[in-house]
Design a protein around this ligand. Structure first.
Ligand code: TYD
Ligand code: MG
Length: 455
């Protein structure tokens, strides 16, 4: 390679940089993700991030830094505010990632509408859609008013100028993968463009106290860099997930410098855009088959909220030497482990069955408290005997078949009682932490055999 034209190889999944090509990225272990790109020169990273008020290089005491409470702004959606940690923090950089077509643009346009209605100055920059297309979408989600401005632009230098001129409070960048800087020679969407663009946006956010929302597409193939490349640069990372053919969407916090992660927000995609789902349990359990074997209701805690969901299992005689196992919405290895526990501790011949485990509704839950429900669903399917539909089950299963305590048992029981469940099977050790109510019968169990005996 000629001098002055320095290139390097970047992983388009995680941004790992290497001098030579590799088949597998050593950082994120993905295969075939390294692409050659010019390295950025005269990088913007050398410009440091400073507060607008402190233009000097003098260290200060934290006690001298003033924080105003009104720095948090509500988005108009409780579900989103909760994931952000009770509202938007002024000057923060928020990444919203998700598959194409999941509803990221719709969500942020609706947030803009709410913010504009509350009198905030908002600038929505789209590099993907024309003003006409945005208008068409806006017509679907209802009236848009207030200090809400739109710009179709992909050059970050022009965008920076527009922001400096307009001085908005909130900026939306619709898809970081379409933005580019002229002084970097690689194509928009490449790792170095995405990184450098985010760098500029970070300086705008921190330097001018503007909140910037960045939309990033999660891509499986192609040369477009994924949002994981910039996760470490932003303050908050949210992922918008859901099945394309199911109408609800889950907004999940993955990183948050200003609040707790693991909170989720639930939305439903309707004709007029996204609508908040305030009671996800009711939603996830709707359409549940009663008296079907292999279906068990469990309670998972997401952040601070208990959510009821249905665990389904199907066991079928296998025709192969090696039985098939699949797990949708939960951890595959965990299911294998639970089946091994069943085999060893209860002497069920699991190797005779293909097993399919599914969390209904297309959600992903990985809490250990679901273990007992998965085990019960497996047993129920194997014996082809339905579990009483008014029963809810939760508890962690250990390797010797013991049922271990789970956190926030009382909240789980209360949520179940609220939704009309009559029996709750839970770890025995959790019993004395719960105030008894006559709304729901509590059955404490200490190992899986006891639990199986109860149903
Ligand atoms: P969009 O926000 O464009 O997705 P992204 O920006 O994440 O790529 O969402 C597009 C999908 O949402 C599309 O499949 C149509 C659907 N949709 C509705 O069902 N109702 C609506 O009111 C809107 C605006 C979109
Ligand atoms: Mg979009």
């Amino acid at each position: 390679m000629a001098k002055g034209k320095a290139t390097a190889f970047f992983c388009k999944e995680c941004g790992y940089e290497s001098a030579k090509w590799m088949g597998q990225c050593p950082a994120c272990r993905e295969w075939n993700t390294m692409v050659e790109e010019p390295t950025a020169k005269g990088s913007s990273a050398r410009r440091t991030v400073r507060d607008p008020e402190s233009r000097n290089v003098k260290p200060v005491k934290l006690s001298e830094v003033s924080v105003r409470e009104q720095d948090r702004v509500s988005t108009g959606y409780q579900e989103l505010d909760r994931v952000l940690g009770s509202g938007i923090v002024a000057g923060s950089l928020v990444l919203v990632g998700g598959d194409p077509g999941i509803g990221k643009s719709t969500l942020l346009l609706q947030v803009c509408r709410n913010l504009g209605r509350d009198g905030h100055r908002v600038l929505y920059i789209s590099g993907e859609e024309s003003l006409r297309q945005i208008k068409l979408r806006a017509n679907r989600i209802g009236e848009i008013s207030g200090e809400l401005f739109f710009l179709c632009e992909t050059s970050l230098d022009d965008i920076e100028e527009a922001i400096r001129e307009m001085k908005p409070e909130i900026v939306i960048i619709d898809s970081i993968q379409t933005m580019y800087r002229e002084d970097i020679t690689s194509a928009p969407g490449s790792v170095s463009q995405v990184r450098e663009s985010t760098n500029i946006l970070m300086q705008i956010a921190k330097g001018m106290g503007i909140t910037v929302f960045i939309i990033g597409h999660v891509t499986k193939e192609g040369v477009v860099a994924g949002p994981r490349v910039l996760e470490h640069m932003v303050d908050t990372v949210l992922y918008f997930e859901g099945e394309r053919n199911a109408s609800y969407r889950i907004l999940r916090g993955v990183k948050n410098r200003f609040g707790s992660t693991n909170e989720i927000g639930v939305f439903e995609m309707q004709e007029q855009g996204l609508v908040e789902v305030e009671n996800p349990s009711e939603y996830l359990l709707s359409g549940r088959p009663e008296e079907a074997s292999g279906a068990v209701v469990a309670c998972s805690i997401e952040g601070t909220r208990p959510i009821l969901l249905e665990v389904q299992a199907l066991l079928a005689q296998t025709n192969y030497g090696m039985p098939r196992r699949t797990a949708a919405g939960t951890d595959y290895n965990r299911v294998n482990l639970l089946m091994a526990v069943l085999e060893k501790r209860c002497h069920y011949e699991m190797s005779r069955y293909d097993a399919y485990v599914n969390i209904a509704g297309g959600v992903r839950m990985n809490e250990p408290a679901l273990d007992l429900a998965i085990v019960m669903a497996l047993v129920s399917s194997m014996k082809d005997r339905a579990v009483n539909p008014k029963t809810i089950i939760f508890g962690e299963v250990g390797l010797s078949g013991e049922i271990r305590a789970v956190s926030m048992a009382e909240q789980r029981v209360n949520e179940a009682a609220k939704l009309g469940f009559e029996v709750c099977i839970l770890p025995k050790v959790c019993l004395d932490k719960i105030k008894r109510t006559d709304r729901i019968t509590l059955r404490g169990v200490s190992n899986i055999r006891e639990a199986i005996g109860l149903i």
